[in-house]
Design a protein around this ligand. Structure first.
Ligand code: ATP
Ligand code: MG
Length: 486
């Protein structure tokens, strides 16, 4: 499984493909060159033989003039030819008439009698500067080969004809035989194989170096894509890859600078919000104090006005608190105060805190947390998250309904949930309500709330490594999250 995976990866690599194409074309080129070279060697051998022996027929014609004058079948002629053959047995000697027909052949070559040899080939070789090697189709099915030819007169009538000598230079050999018997072929073959191995090795090395630089580039791009913006490539050359690497480095530097500028901007924004919302608190507290004093002495219409003032101060205070908490939560460096605490105790405390609000709305607030479950979390943040959830649930539930704060052990920890029998969250809003300042249509109509409550709960969950789950229909809503047990 693993090895096939590795083979698949290698065969998909640029290096493997380049190497394969290169080796295949190198071998094809070598075979073609060898094939052409062997053919040319053969031709060269025949040409060399013919060039050396080109005057052979002229010499023999001179020697055979008198015997041939006695007649082609005369004993004198037969003996003369036999004598020549005894000196050089590879020669085949024929006398041709003017049209190229064999009229004289001796010994084992008598099968040639009556056969015809092309006069074009003969005339070609008799020219002043013949083009070599010149071939003729030899009689007795002896194939095509080089030859020597001269004009000769024969017989008592002194008929004009040709003395044709087949040189029988069988230079054609198998590769194996060449290897065994020809030192030139052997050294050419060795040199060829050495050149082949050398260029294969050099090519593979070059491709390896090239693709290694490509792989380095690819790995750097991958690291950048994975979020390592400080990644850079060492540039050592000014070729295309070098220039690409330099462009990559410039791009990575730009991205890194922009990201750090963005981060700095973000940090400043969070700090501004945190500071502003914190600075609002003191004047708001003072405002509330003055308003409460005014309320004590107010009469008539002024009571209503001061009440409205107090309500608005209350909303502003809550908004400032929510904003301050959210901006604090957003700072990742700010550590949580993780501590073990009993969830049941916290649940009852929260229930007591919300009792007046629940009674005012005629909503029953239940706590279902019988077993003593202890969790490891930031107490203050969990308190805020559960308070926000109960606040939402109470506001969404009509008189006569009920809200339940429950905790139950799970495999990984404790699941805390707030369930209500309220109006529910419309399906299209369910994915959006945890966004900052997002409020449903019902909440906007009611005019209450700032849309930060669930954003804070989601952030608290994220800081604890868990997720807020929301499920809702027309009969009510359940908001839940899990906490690690202590
Ligand atoms: N249990 C629920 N039932 C019905 N609607 C809900 C419920 N919980 C939240 N919502 C709706 O989801 C929206 C977002 O809630 P969120 O708590 O973030 O803001 P808010 O309650 O409007 O303002 P804030 O909590 O900041 O005072 C609100 O408009 C609210 O009406
Ligand atoms: Mg809310």
């Amino acid at each position: 499984m693993n090895s096939t995976h590795a083979v698949g990866r290698i065969s998909r690599s640029l290096y493997a493909r380049l190497a394969l194409v290169y080796l295949v074309s190198l071998i094809a080129l070598s075979l073609a060159t060898a094939w052409i070279a062997v053919g040319q060697f053969d031709q060269l051998g025949r040409e060399w033989l013919q060039r050396n022996q080109i005057d052979l027929a002229t010499h023999l014609a001179r020697q055979l003039r008198e015997p041939l004058a006695e007649g082609l079948d005369s004993a004198v002629a037969r003996n003369a030819v036999a004598r020549i053959k005894s000196i050089n047995p590879v020669l085949s000697i024929y006398v041709l008439d003017g049209s190229g027909r064999v009229v004289g052949a001796w010994g084992g070559h008598r099968c040639a009698l009556g056969q015809r040899i092309s006069t074009d080939a003969i005339r070609g070789l008799l020219e002043k500067m013949p083009m070599l090697p010149a071939y003729a189709d030899l009689p007795c099915d002896a194939g095509r080969n080089v030859f020597s030819v001269a004009r000769v007169d024969y017989g008592p009538q002194q008929a004009h004809g040709y003395l044709f000598v087949a040189l029988e230079g069988n230079t054609h050999m198998s590769m194996a035989r060449m290897w065994q018997t020809s030192s030139i072929s052997r050294s050419v073959l060795i040199a060829g194989i050495a050149a082949l191995l050398l260029s294969a090795g050099a090519g593979l090395l070059l491709f390896a170096l090239l693709t290694r630089r490509f792989s380095r580039l690819t790995r750097a791009v991958q690291r950048l894509a994975d979020g390592d913006h400080s990644t850079r490539i060492a540039v050592r050359s000014d070729d295309e890859i070098g220039r690409t690497a330099r462009a990559f480095n410039d791009m990575a530097a730009t991205i890194e600078a922009q990201i750090s500028a963005l981060r700095e901007n973000d940090r400043q924004r969070r700090e501004l919000v945190a500071n502003l919302s914190h600075d609002f608190r003191t004047p708001l507290t003072a405002l509330r104090g003055y308003a409460q004093k005014l309320r004590e002495n107010a009469t008539g219409q002024a009571v209503e006005q001061v009440d409205a003032l107090l309500a608005n101060v209350g909303r502003l205070t809550r908004l400032a608190e929510q904003l301050s908490l959210l901006s604090r939560l957003e700072i990742p460096e700010r550590a949580l105060h993780i501590e073990p605490f009993p969830l049941a105790e916290l649940s009852y405390d929260i229930a007591i805190k919300f009792r007046p609000q629940a009674e005012a709305r005629d909503v029953e607030l239940r706590v279902d947390c019988s077993t003593p479950l202890s969790v490891a979390a930031d107490l203050e943040l969990v308190d805020r998250a559960l308070s926000n959830l109960i606040d939402n649930a109470l506001r969404a539930t009509d008189p006569g309904g009920h809200v339940t704060l429950a905790a139950a052990a799970t495999a990984g920890g404790v699941r805390v949930s707030v369930t209500d029998t309220g109006i529910g969250i419309p399906a299209e809003d369910l994915g959006l309500v945890t966004q900052r300042f997002y409020r449903t249509r019902a909440a906007r109509k009611r005019g209450s709330g700032s849309g930060l409550g669930l954003a804070i709960v989601a952030e608290v969950c994220a800081r604890h490594g868990t997720r807020l789950e929301l499920a809702s229909d027309a009969h009510g809503t359940t908001a839940a999250f899990e906490l690690p047990s202590a």
